[in-house]
Design a protein around this ligand. Structure first.
Ligand code: NDP
Length: 246
């Protein structure tokens, strides 16, 4: 299917993992894609190159989501140069595993800047440039609903925040015909949470399907929500977690 023919998509943190899978998926269905990266320039360029090989436009743009103003600037620039922005995927994120009692100010500030403030900026900037039919998908986490294990709570607080601010965007932007939804993945096999990591067995036990998800399985859900097939789905959350929260 080509649900994104003629559309322009921006994926933050598209250099690796879930973001890279989303960028590929949207392009495979017809979108021109701009993907941002923080530190992984070579990987981001490789994803963009792969997408150009599919016959779509693609570029990798440096954007350190921790820096105030950068995410908004990239969104404005892309809308300006491409003449439109149809899909925004707020994906870039960090996962500091730290007890609440020992979390440093630096870890906290950096995490909030990337996981929450950049999403706020992205939503605000997208409203300025998107027209009716625009769709925003934010990657939250099942950890946004519960602090399942000790050490996840600091991250949980940011993921609870992005879920609510994105649903709020669905409420506020709906009048302009722009939809905003959240995808909450469970354990997905990426650099952030490798399926052979230290806590992998515990995580698998918590998932009824008994395994990690693949980045492509998250990308499929994001593509659905971003597409016109989801035209009456707004301000809500879709879990892609193998039943972890059932
Ligand atoms: P990875 O660590 O594999 O990839 C993270 C991505 O975010 C990279 O592309 C990275 O880019 C980008 N990123 C991180 N910091 C910055 C920054 N300061 N500026 C710009 N980009 C940045 O993680 P995943 O793919 O697993 O995670 C993607 C999203 O999914 C995150 O929001 C995460 O919280 C969420 N998630 C993941 C789960 C999992 O189990 N894997 C479960 C639930 C949610 P670069 O390397 O170029 O800096």
């Amino acid at each position: 299917t080509n649900r994104f023919d003629g559309k322009v998509a921006l994926v933050t943190g598209g250099s690796r993992g879930i973001g890279a899978a989303i960028a590929r998926r949207l392009a495979a269905e017809g979108a021109d894609v701009v993907l941002t990266y923080g530190g992984s320039q070579a990987k981001a360029e490789a994803v963009a190159e792969e997408i150009r090989g599919m016959g779509r436009k693609a570029e990798a743009v440096h954007c350190d989501a921790a820096q105030r103003g950068t995410t908004a600037a990239v969104i404005a620039d892309v809308a300006n140069r491409y003449g439109r922005l149809d899909v925004l995927v707020n994906n870039a994120g960090v996962y500091p595993l730290t007890s609440l009692a020992k979390c440093s100010d630096e870890v906290w500030d950096n995490m909030l800047a990337i996981n929450l403030t950049a999403v706020f900026e992205g939503l605000r900037a997208a409203y300025q440039v998107m027209g009716a039919g625009g769709s925003i998908v934010t990657i939250g986490s099942v950890a946004g609903d519960a602090a399942q294990v000790a050490g996840v709570g600091v991250y949980s607080s940011s993921k609870a925040g992005v879920e609510l601010i994105t649903r709020a965007a669905g409420r506020e932007f709906g009048r302009k015909g722009i939809r905003a939804n959240v995808v909450q993945p469970g354990p997905i096999d990426t650099d952030m949470n490798p399926a052979d990591g230290q806590t992998a067995d515990l995580q698998k036990m918590m998932v009824p399907l008994g395994r990690y998800g693949e980045a492509d399985e998250v990308a499929a859900a994001v593509a659905f929500l971003a597409s016109d097939e989801a035209s009456y789905i707004n301000g809500t959350t879709l879990k892609v977690c193998g039943g972890m929260t059932a």
